[in-house]
Design a protein around this ligand. Sequence first.
Ligand code: PEP
Ligand code: MG
Length: 918
Amino acid sequence: MPKKYVYDFEEADYRNKKLFGGKGASLIQMTQLGLRVPPGFIITTEACKDFFAPRRAEIAELEALLEKQPPPEVRDQAIGKLFALINGLDLPQGLWEEVLQHMRRLEEKVGRKFGDPENPLLVSVRSGAAVSMPGMMDTVLNLGLNDQTVKGLAKQTGNEWFAYDAYRRFVNMFGRIVLGIDDKLFSSAWEEIKKKYNAKEDPDVPLEGLKEAVERFKEIIRRQYGEFPQDPWEQLKLAIKAVFRSWDSPRAIFYRVAEKITPDVADCTAVNVVTMVFGNMGWDSGTGVVFSRDVATGENRLYGEFLPVAQGEDVVAGIRTPMDIEEFRKRFPHLYDELYKGVKLLEKANKDVQDVEFTVERGKLYFLQCRNAKMTPLARVKTAVDMAKEGVITKEEALLKVSPDHVLQLLYPRIDPKAKAQPIAKGLPASPGAVSGQLVFHPDDAVRWAREGKKVILARVETKPDDVHGFYAAVGILTSRGGMTSHAAVVARAIGKPAVVGAEALVIDEAAKTMSVGGQVFKEGDWVTIDGNTGNVYAGVVPTVEPELIPELEELLSWADEVRRLGVRANADLPEDAALARKFGARGIGLLRIERMFRKPERLDLLRKVILAETREERVKHLEPLYRMLKGDFKEIFKIMDGLPVIVRLIDPPLHEFLPKPEEVLQQIYEAKAAGRDTKELERLYARVKALQEANPMLGHRGVRVGVTYPEFYYYLSRAIAEAAAELKKEGHNPVVEIMIPQVSDVREIRYVKEKGILPALRDVEKETGVRLEVKIGTMVETVRAALTMDQIAKEVDFISFGTNDLTQAVFSFSRDDAENKFIPQYLDLKILDADPFETLDVAGVGKLVELAARTAKEVNPKIEVGVCGEHGGDPKSIYFFEKTAVDYVSASPFRVPLARLAAAQARILGGGKADRE
Ligand code: PEP
Ligand code: MG
């Protein structure tokens, strides 16, 4: 049996968007719901695929070339070849016969004949793929008109002006779309005619002008192509082919690449042949677009516009100003009522806000298309919650309608889309939010300027932990080096400061206090704007729009909390972060990076003394005052998180990160000598700093290794934590404190630091205070060996937490500070990697290790708690994966907590493994 390629609107299944395309499916659905839809039929996407089939291999090769966006000469040549290939193709076998049958049926249905000079049937031939690709493919209107049928149309409608208006539009469109003639030729001819007849707008052109336009357009076609085809059947055949061809128009190819529309999502276009209805028949006619709710604010009212005496393309082209839908309601109350009812019916049937195209022909309303509306994040959240409350959708469906990105976008200021500013450089969007400030190049300057009430952006080549005071003082952070998990990025995200990192085009000279790019030089105090949502950097102040924490979002997230299995905690290091995290719904702290507490100068000073000390006694001498200083911060944070777990990680980074660079010390020695000062201390410092230098600091003397070599260090840190907890308990609070050991690779490291540092501290504090402490002890899993020896490690600890940043670095052997700027972009381009593994967990490699280690941990220690505290804990796709493993909770920076709550709920509903959303 030959394939069936053509379906009437009445006979098809609207759920099969892959076969009928989105537009086709909507025509089927609206017809079957009883809305007034002009009769018609659909040629399936299957027909389009079979149309291309004979030259598929060559076509695919040219598509692949165009997808890479080659230089214009190469592109134009490729398009020329591609279109020549496609133009040489015939419609697949049997298709034309089927079209003829359906055209006959259509003629019977509407009581007009195609090509009939007295009472002609006219159709539109419209594209429509499985997913909406607005404006990317082609459509031909008013098809079937020729020198004879135009007279029939005039008679039939009693409106000669209208008939010729339709004809001039058709000849123009046919020439442009089907025959590929440059539209400028038509539009300049049209402009001349308008001028000749003193017509301000198109409807002012008199009948003779329209007739003249038809003749001139036909002449253009004659010169460019040959005689304009008068036979409507030939017009139809050519138009169907042209719509098929438009699947491969350069803009459609570009759009598919940009929107990641792969063949499994949409493959080829359907063709919709629909009886024409005319919005240009007079002032009781027109065409419009309406949304079932306000797509900017989410308000439950129709939102849209209507253009009288017009056809669809006039609205899109914006040649005349349409009337607001409110105005339409006042002028045509009955039509408005009918439209409202239809739109709401569609909203209910499709369980989403609808974007509906309609036409009014002589006071009669026709529905031409519907689809789910695209909305601002604000409207997306509000409408999802409202629809769930109205019973249009369930709470679970509401949770799936909002993407985690929407939540993120709602919490940060954004560049005002109306600003249309041009960036001077682009880096990585390390921490969301857009902000303007005056440039400073040193953290101390940031603090000083901020004290004077100035808004500053701290620009650095890269950042170190002891820059962090500058982070707090600045409104945003900009670096020319570093990746998404570089220090600047992690810290900025943690404290919710907008940051752009690794903007390599910028030449930042910290000493000269200048930043230059492409010949432009910025000095200290110059204003710049950074957009941490996109990575763009702008000169001057670009206006931003402030975020709103709308009550609907809070409500939606409370529904998410009812559904999700995964817990959500926060990575927070300071009291203000903890407060924000709690406000955003974190159920505890999954990672408190202790090193951030050393940001205050007096503490950093003591820490340096500890590091530089050569004996245990000397170290203890400085640790004593240091731990007392930390205790206060711990108390504050534990109090904020009262009743919820707080996991404090013992010190992790390589020690030399807290020390000055050797060359800086040398410089000081040189200066001291020149001034005749004693240099003994400085020389000792230099020797120690040199001794601490390492070839591979990331793989060096850090984390638990410091705890093993200097157990007193871990003793005093644990003591600060334990004393804070004990004091709070005495004060009647309920601190839930846990201690975490970083960088472990062997269970014996854990045993050693527990015995020599952590447990003695806890015992001493219990003894001294008389308070019984129940402090859980756990480890990070961020080395491959820790993951692989989980059967031993899990028996030794109460909890584990995957440090997926370091684990990714270790599994790939990619430096987390360099990879994203050096080669990952090219790896992504070449599709060697599907995603940046520092952003989205590499399921095949790192994921396998997480899955295995989490499962093993639970097998050997069923009570063990398993978390993730790397950046992936705040990444939706990674969260969808963690749902499928034995991971109990994720921990994300405070600003990502709401997003993680939503993603965890979606993961639960969908059973994990969900790929892209919206
Ligand atoms: C990690 O490695 O994933 C982690 C959370 O630790 P840090 O980023 O502090 O190295
Ligand atoms: Mg780590």
